[in-house]
Design a protein around this ligand. Sequence first.
Ligand SMILES: [Cu+2]
Length: 139
Amino acid sequence: MTKLSKAILLSASIFLSFPIQADVLVENAWLRLLPPVSNMTAAYMNLTSDREDRLVSISSDIAELIEIHQSKMESGVMSMQEVKRLSLPKGKTIELKPQSYHLMVMGLKEVLIEGEAYPFTLEFEHAGKMTIDVPVRNP
Ligand SMILES: [Cu+2]
């Protein structure tokens, strides 16, 4: 990435208050509000890396386990499977969104409050670890 484009990304991220660190831009992160009886939910975000990278793990104090999942429609039935490492091609925005890639947040340890944000630590193969605040939204 050139110095100029990095500066543009940085200023855009400050203006929009998106967290940025290392070489991966995280945008539009949100956590789905579900009824308190559910002990799992999903988190979504857009990831753009300025070099070839992979998301390898995610953790948060609010959950026992967070996995990368991919939802797929097969013969009219929606199913999901774990993706061990999510590839981030250079410069391409990978969208984690409903009915597609998502972070499966399992074993919730607290009741999520709409509008509150909870820290998630994302670990990338090259960019290393970054912690972002993920706000709860009621879709
Ligand atoms: Cu899932």
